[in-house]
Design a protein around this ligand. Sequence first.
Ligand code: P6P
Length: 342
Amino acid sequence: MTDQSTIWTEDNLMSLQSHILAEERHHPSATGDFSWILSGISLATKSIASKVRRARIEDVIGESAGGPFGENGGINVQGEQQLKLDVIANEVIKACLGTRANIAALVSEEEQEPTILRSRESGGRYAVFFDPLDGSSNLDVSVGVGTIFGIVRLPDTRGISGTEAILHERATMAAAGYVLYGSSTVMMLTTGNGVDMFVLDQSIGAYVLVKRKIKMPATKKIYSINEAYANRFPAGIRTWLDWAHNNDYSSRYIGSMVADVHRTLLKGGVFVYPETNDRPEGKLRLLYEAMPMAMLVEQAGGTASTGRGRILDLRPEALHQRVPVILGSADEVSHVQRYIDA
Ligand code: P6P
């Protein structure tokens, strides 16, 4: 017989907002900073979710003519053709976060330079890194795409600001997450105390907590890699792949990082985007793809490496630098590392 008290004190209907306020009790120094920033991310991603679902109807899947003022001709800092929704998602996030008085700077995949909002002296203590719509090239075939974000506490050092503060060795990622716009709109979030999962309940317009403290299995025979590039992989990756082919592994590759990482977080396995001979640093970006995903994976008990070391031990040297990514179940990452080191 369930004790009457626990019926009402365990796992009730919990919104993202109330969950964050509850979590802040674990951070004695918390000053409501996270809840203020995360409420901005919540609002932005609800808006993006609505636009993604209506993309075909509003025909915004096509290619962009550039930013809101057409300034970049539709080509982003990565040299990639921007899709209209990339630009829209980028503008929505900046509009929702710009009003958060504790944010100093925004770093977006879609923009060469950071958006500097305010100095430390004016209250700017955090930077937010984000990929507004990762995997957007999959939109026209309705494959899950996502928003990836990292909240970085900037060093309390007078006299430094902007990119220097963002890349400072004492800038630390304090929270990370993503929103997957898939069959449902799912937010995975960590503030350093485990990974929690929320689903957007469209009927009440709120992210609702559905799973706490997600833990990945240590092993799972699923690998996720784009095998089309096999001939360009380093020898260690090719040898590991041959080993996996002969050890009953399943292959799952969606080509949308948020979707591939979400499956890995929930089911286990290993996601690998290694360097290739034509891309010696790999394709994925450190600040707003690899680092947030690495924090989530580690908080869920997994491992996140570049193949040469822990992703979260890297000190970023440039806003849009790329890194090889090997992340997932600890034992599965170890298998890959063993062949890299052989
Ligand atoms: P490829 C999407 O463009 C993306 O940045 C990630 O979401 C995804 O993991 C990767 O690129 C896919 O790259 O070379 O396999 O198409």
